[in-house]
Design a protein around this ligand. Structure first.
Ligand code: GTP
Length: 312
């Protein structure tokens, strides 16, 4: 964890890194592409392969191919024109899933479960979300529902101190559902707007995790039938294609309602977000572009599409 006062630089510059592996692959395969007013079958095949290799996935690749097969390039086919067309099509896929996480629950609190494998950036994302809500003048509380590891409880506690928000914790090895129960009661009593709950990320033991999350849900449902209002899966951009299998598994065990992708400031294959959007249609709430509490950014589908296509 770095100091939250560290300079953050220009975040929009950073996301070029997060999509670099995707956009480089794509660019390499489009270099020198020329033609008359339409792409021919061989060019369309190459384009589709390039999109798949760039982590956009077979479904998004097939969709973009189909759209570009019907495209008339008025000024003739060249690299820039094709990239512009690809950017437009990627934006079409991403726009419907770009959806910030809003605090809307009534009655309060809005209960947001945050899930994801260990190391994905879950704890940091919780801090970033808390900070974002604070900036919008919402009262926030954290709950340390990952009781499996003392370090996880400690780390969330450090963030709570920094942010100046209350945190409900239990003992290491304690029952996460009981922590969540206490937290919802406390948040309700205090009139808290958003309660953000950390959870264990033990994918190795799917059954145990499923039982744990089911128990949390049951307890929550007793206090508020609408809760949890959000189940946000945190994905690490550096994991590339692995993100898709994580969505698959967590959808099954936890009923994911939205995604946040972190570490898009590193060199990563963020293009997998396009595959995720096409395949699952889950809302993408935000992206993480650094380690400080200010480094959560809105997901801008048009910018991301242009970065991926190499025309930003
Ligand atoms: N560069 C970068 N690093 C990040 C980002 N988000 C989190 N990290 C770093 O990734 C590491 C893991 O983040 P955590 O928030 O501890 O992840 P976690 O999923 O809670 O992990 P556990 O505590 O092991 O369960 C830390 O060193 C964070 O500082 C991000 O957007 N960009």
């Amino acid at each position: 964890m770095t100091d939250e006062t560290a300079p953050t630089g220009d975040w929009s510059e950073r996301i070029f890194g997060g999509f670099r592996k995707t956009s480089e692959r794509l660019s390499e395969n489009l270099t020198g592409i020329v033609g008359k007013s339409r792409l021919d079958d061989a060019q369309l095949d190459d384009l589709e392969d390039a999109l798949i290799l760039s982590d956009l996935g077979p479904r998004a690749a097939a969709r973009i191919r189909e759209r570009l097969a019907g495209e008339r390039f008025e000024r003739g086919v060249d690299e820039l024109a094709v990239k512009e067309a690809v950017a437009r099509e990627i934006a079409e896929i991403l726009r419907p899933v770009a959806k910030p996480l809003d605090v809307v629950a009534f009655p309060r609190p809005q209960v947001i479960l945050v899930i994801g494998v260990n190391g994905s950036g879950k704890t940091t994302t919780i801090a970033k979300l808390a900070h974002l809500f604070q900036e919008q003048d919402y009262a926030v509380m954290l709950a340390a529902g990952d009781t499996f590891r003392a370090a996880a409880i400690g780390q969330l506690g450090v963030w709570a101190d920094r942010l100046g928000v209350p945190i409900i914790k239990g003992p290491e090895g304690g029952d996460p559902a009981s922590v969540v129960f206490d937290a919802v009661k406390s948040a309700t009593d205090r009139g808290t707007d958003a309660l953000i709950v950390d959870t264990a990320g033990r994918l190795q033991n799917k059954r145990e995790l499923m039982d744990e999350l089911a128990k949390i849900r049951k307890v929550l449902g007793r206090l508020n039938p609408e809760a949890p209002h959000d189940v946000v899966l945190v994905l690490d951009a550096t994991n590339g294609q692995n993100a898709l299998s994580q969505i698959e598994i967590f959808r099954e065990v936890a009923g994911v309602t939205g995604l946040i992708m972190t570490k898009l400031d590193g060199t990563a294959r963020g293009g997998v977000l396009v595959a995720a959007a096409e395949q699952y249609g889950l809302p993408i709430h935000a992206i993480g572009v650094g380690e400080t509490m200010d480094d959560l950014r809105p997901f801008d589908p048009d910018l991301v599409a242009r970065v991926i296509a190499g025309v930003a």
